[in-house]
Write a protein that binds this ligand. Sequence first.
Ligand code: GLY
Length: 430
Amino acid sequence: MKILIIGHGGREHALLWKLRADAPQATFYATRPNPGMAPHCIPVDLAPDDVDGLATWAEGEDITLTVVGPEVPLARGIADRFRKRGLPLFGPSAAAVRLESSKAFAKELMQRCGVPTADYRCFTRWPEAERFIREHGAPVVVKASGLAAGKGAVVCTTEEEALEAARTMLRDDAFGDAGREIVVESFMEGEELSVFGVTDGRHVIPLLPSQDHKAVGEGDTGPNTGGMGAYAPVPGVGPELLSTISEEIFLPILDAMERAATPFRGLLYAGLMLTSDGPKVVEFNGRFGDPETQVVLPLLDSPLLELMVSVARGGSIADAETSFSNRTALNTVLTSGGYPGEYERGHTVTIPEELRRDPDLLVFHAGTRKEGDQVVTSGGRVLSVVGLGDTLGEARERSLGAAEKVSFQGKTFRRDIGWRAAATEEAAAY
Ligand code: GLY
């Protein structure tokens, strides 16, 4: 079996890790793999968004399964290109991934299907957006409708902030094409939750729920990042709530997508807010989340590969069985100093050998590259350090202990990943 992974961040390293565990005999390939992935796969020197180049290459190599990490190749139609050539690929078509690549499309569909989400309005012209914001006031969330590398949603606590966000998107072109249409939606109070649904277009298998910490600072303060850490599962989110999320959120959307002849097959990621009125959708993504994947996959005991192969071949997962660990995983992301602002690259990364040997630790690479025989920093989010434990406290202690032992100049990380769940766990202990 030949498996190609598209992408080379922490999420893709975790996907490679899980799929290797599922299929130790398979040959793995990855686009420009990071140094954590490189020893376990054959490098393919094509950019993840070179969708035509990758389709031609995969056809030549007779690749059995392709798994797409990032959203951009999906939005550029990589799944359509591969399917046209009869190449199995796990990931939605360009039409289906509009659930992520057009927030306006997703909101309209949710409204039509009665899927719970915040009230909203869409705008393509600044004067109308300005009038609405002045009438509506704050707090609101202003979102670029298109793909904006995770930076397109601005939570605005004052009217002035909302006007500024809308103006920079619509009038000053801050996000280019992605911001030509904006969504202005009501602010939702609650806790965020990420739920990944593996789907064949009709049936959905939710993986364990996780929570991501997007803000750079402890206590969830400061500017948003790609994600400073995550943990799974989330206390209080049990089978009953997951089944509500399937019935009221995933399935109506999948049904509507199928009826529109644009079935969504792949990984549907629901970014939710747990409000006092129940779970509501903040956003959908058509791919695995980063850094949540790094904690969700280590807790999936059953194979991911079989699900992916069925979905990629257009089959059904109705009878698939999945099982999950009852442990907890917690991921501390180590970033370059200054991230998410300006940061330096090229600093030597040292990961002590003892961390590689500990079965309760996983170190996934993200913004690293090889320079001679050294690993050096090459991005804002450098490594994910995942601790596994029988309790959240244990997982956190392992992750933090390992985070302290890794070294590179400027290393920065949050020490409070999982703080909400820790408070629940501590309260439960009394
Ligand atoms: N964890 C947020 C994302 O992957 O979009």
